[in-house]
Ligand binder design. Structure first.
Ligand code: CUA
Length: 359
């Protein structure tokens, strides 16, 4: 019966672990599935530390449980006193000094052992921790790409000072090349986190923090603000788009070259959309390179057409969603700085045509 209960407990624990670990492994922000050297190094250090802590937990916990069970007080044997075949009384022998396990006090051998073991374990953790801290603080190399990350309530701005590029919510990087990030904030504390590429880094008012990351494979890596920063903290997401070098260069060259159209009809709509953008409220907050719109409040929209998502990762970038977003941003992200501009349906359609063609 007791064995059966143990098995039930064990399988319950296993089911719990599986319920947590399996979906996590498939999740786009699962941080123990690294896609670059920084996340890989940090993951290895975490697993080493976790391993040591599990060893300590199991050893100490096991010894405790063993001691509790093995040396628990047992009821002393009952002695039956009889006289002439009839039971007179039952006596219970009181626990005597002799029943106690050996009482050890001030054992030098034990003291040395349980001081030495934690010391060695801490040393095993300390050496790689210090080494990794220095490795991550070091310059990742001459060819590193520099990006300035600015946290805003509630979106991310990415500036490439060497390339003269500014974009939002989607960090485009070349595969296999280290990217040096300078992390600052425009308002409150945020935290830049792309779990598969690197650990978290704070964006703190009045401070500049630095980190680097690198993607080993092309792909889209999900990120998330990891510091409570207000209403839409959860909707302050980002994507890192790692591109093969040639594709990255194409993006750099095309950035700011204006809309791409396929036919005359589209060209006319895009042209009308540009005029709406430059004359209605849009230009006051947003920049589109090559137009008179040079606002600095909201995300730079120069390459909006190539982005995967809108509103800092809250929905897919499709013409329908873009129209919905522009028409009533407060319905989708209440409290966002983007107001309802009140465009006519025609204006809305043209602005969407213009922005979608920016690629
Ligand atoms: Cu920004 Cu949370």
């Amino acid at each position: 019966m007791r064995h059966f209960r143990h098995w039930r407990l064990l399988s319950l624990a296993a089911a719990l672990v599986a319920a947590v670990a399996l979906p996590a492994a498939a999740a786009p922000q699962y941080w123990l599935d690294p896609a670059g050297p920084v996340a890989a190094m940090q993951g290895r250090l975490f697993l080493l530390t976790l391993g040591i802590m599990l060893f300590v937990f199991v050893t100490v916990g096991g010894m405790l449980v063993y001691t509790l069970l093995r040396f628990r007080e047992r009821r002393a044997a009952e002695k039956t006193v009889t006289k002439g075949g009839t039971v007179v009384r039952r006596e219970t022998a009181a626990a005597s000094e002799d029943d106690l396990p050996p009482q050890i006090e001030g054992s030098h051998k034990l003291e040395v052992v349980w001081t030495l073991i934690p010391f060695v374990l801490l040393l095993i953790m300390a050496v790689p921790t210090v080494r990794l801290s220095f490795a991550l603080a070091a310059d990742p190399g001459e060819d590193a790409l520099e990006v300035r990350v600015v946290g805003h309530q509630w979106w991310w701005e990415f500036e490439y000072p060497e390339l003269g590029i500014v974009t939002g919510n989607e960090l485009r990087i070349p595969v296999g090349r280290p990217v040096k990030l300078t992390i600052v904030t425009d308002d409150v504390i945020h935290k830049f986190w792309v779990p598969k590429l690197a650990g978290k880094m704070d964006a703190i008012p009045g401070r500049t923090n630095r980190m680097w990351l690198q993607a080993d494979e092309p792909g889209v890596y999900w990120g998330q603000c990891a510091e409570m920063c207000g209403t839409h903290h959860a909707n302050m997401r980002l994507r890192v788009v790692a591109l093969p070098a040639a594709e990255f260069d194409t993006w750099v060259v095309n950035w700011g070259r204006g809309p791409v159209v396929e036919n005359e009809a589209q060209l006319a709509a895009v042209e009308r959309g540009r005029q709406v953008f430059e004359t209605r409220a849009c230009f006051a907050c947003h920049t589109v390179e090559g137009t008179t719109a040079q606002g600095q409040v909201g995300p730079n929209l120069t390459d909006l057409g190539v982005r995967h998502t809108l509103g800092a990762g809250i929905m897919e970038n499709t013409p329908e969603n873009l129209a919905r977003w522009i028409d009533d941003p407060q319905a989708i992200k209440p409290g966002s700085l983007m107001p309802r501009v009140g465009l006519t349906p025609d204006e809305l359609r043209d602005v969407v045509a213009f922005l979608s063609a920016l690629r």
